[in-house]
Design a protein around this ligand. Structure first.
Ligand code: ZN
Ligand code: ZN
Length: 422
């Protein structure tokens, strides 16, 4: 029932045909949109060609209605440069409430990532953080349905000029955009003869790994790097559940929330993280590059945080709320993942988190706890799941990283050696 011709090799396809393949994978695999389901889409203006391909595939899959909310970087900048001060504590709760209503009524959610990651780099950091807090608070009713996986949702990416210039600063902009598109196509696993079948196989491989990890019931993970920069024990939440390679949402639809995805991830215990950890890649956060992050944890909390660049941004980030100093996710990704192999810093979590094992500060996923979707915030906290307005992933894995699984008895079992699965 495929709408694209899969007979020719990927390199011989036109750009429009490649885009169409990404759109097809986004709708059929990422979202797995059901006939009769409404779909909400958010996208940067520059992603219009991909939006059109996705919309067509959505209606062919039986979409009831596709509604797209566009964002435009220059309009965002116009606010920062001209709006009254009160603007930065305001967010349109009425719109987020409507979106939450759509989700409760059965709508699926797709986002196209591609806005300039450095858009706000030169703006007043206090304004940026106020606006983010206001937006997070207003979006909470809708976001909760997403983080609890009540509905099927997915994120895909579109190359845009400003983003491409960051990733390939030495190329003329047209070449940079073309190179970023190729990197997105490769990372998104759509270059084979049958991308939909390839995704099913990839998802099954991740699922097998996840099942094996879940059977172990580890009490903790121990990360130790050969250079001595990282020696971190990450206790796992009491009823932690590993996830990866797709999720069956609360509405019964099996979806792939991230395209690409290479990670197996679970919930750390918010009070049981101890030791030191050094980031293996720079973290791009709201346009600031935070380099050589080093943190010391005690009883789950960051008690010392340094960076050789962007240290202010790091300190602001971990001061957002109490949960911002604690972990909400730990993820294992082999150092040989296709995204790591590309050797590119994408300036985008969607890609960079799939290049290396990582940890995330802030909000935990309730779906990464046994029965977590149905628990209250208090019940989740009792099991060790962290809560925060932020969720920021940063990379700690590399080919120099060993990871052990620690059993309840205290016995250590090798999970990864030199960055690869044992
Ligand atoms: Zn992750
Ligand atoms: Zn994450």
């Amino acid at each position: 029932m495929s709408s694209t011709s899969h007979s020719s090799s990927f390199a011989s396809l036109t750009f429009d045909e490649k885009l169409d393949r990404l759109a097809e994978v986004a709708v059929r695999v990422g979202l797995n949109l059901r006939a009769g389901q409404e779909m909400l889409l958010t996208a940067p203006m520059e992603a219009l060609p991909l939006v059109r391909r996705i919309t067509e595939h959505a209606y062919r899959a039986g979409a009831l209605l596709v509604t797209t909310f566009y964002s435009d970087d220059p309009c965002v900048l116009a606010r920062y440069e001209n709006a009254p001060d009160a603007s930065f504590d305001y967010a349109p709760a009425w719109m987020h409430d409507a979106i939450a209503t759509a989700f409760r009524n059965g709508a699926a959610r797709m986002a196209i990532a591609g806005s300039n990651p450095a858009l706000l780099a030169k703006q007043d950091p206090a304004k940026v953080s106020r606006a983010n807090i206001a937006a997070s608070k207003a979006a909470k009713p809708a976001m909760e349905l997403i983080t609890r996986h009540e509905i099927n949702w997915t994120i895909v990416a579109a190359a845009t000029p400003e983003w491409a210039k960051l990733v390939f600063p030495n190329e003329p902009v047209e070449q940079a955009v073309a190179k970023l598109w190729e990197a997105i196509f490769t990372a998104s696993r759509i270059t084979g003869d049958d991308p939909v079948a390839d995704w099913l196989a990839h998802g099954a491989r991740l699922k097998e790994r996840v099942d094996r990890l879940n059977a172990k019931r580890y009490a903790a993970l121990h990360f130790k790097s050969k250079d001595g920069g990282t020696d971190l024990r990450v206790g796992l939440a009491d009823q932690h559940l590993w996830a990866g390679g797709g999720t069956t949402a609360g509405n019964g639809v099996y979806c792939q929330p991230n395209i690409p995805t290479e990670e197996c991830f679970t919930t750390p215990h918010k009070d049981r993280v101890d030791g030191v950890v050094r980031a293996s890649k720079p973290l791009s956060h709201q346009g600031t590059l935070i380099e050589n992050i080093r943190c010391r944890f005690e009883g789950g909390r960051i008690v010392e945080a340094t960076a050789t660049a962007g240290e202010d941004a790091l300190n602001r980030l971990i001061s957002t709320d109490d949960g911002a100093r604690r972990l909400g996710e730990v993820a294992l990704v082999p150092a040989s993942s296709p995204i790591a192999a590309a050797g590119i810093l994408f300036w985008s979590t969607l890609f960079d988190e799939n290049a290396a094992s990582h940890i995330a500060l802030g909000q935990a996923y309730s779906t990464c706890l046994i029965g977590g979707e149905k628990m209250s915030e208090e019940e989740l906290a009792k099991l060790g799941a962290n809560s925060s307005l932020i969720h920021v992933d940063w990379m700690i894995g590399s080919a120099a990283m060993d990871v052990d699984g620690i059993a309840v008895s205290g016995a250590a079992e090798p999970l990864m050696r030199a960055g690869e699965w044992v």
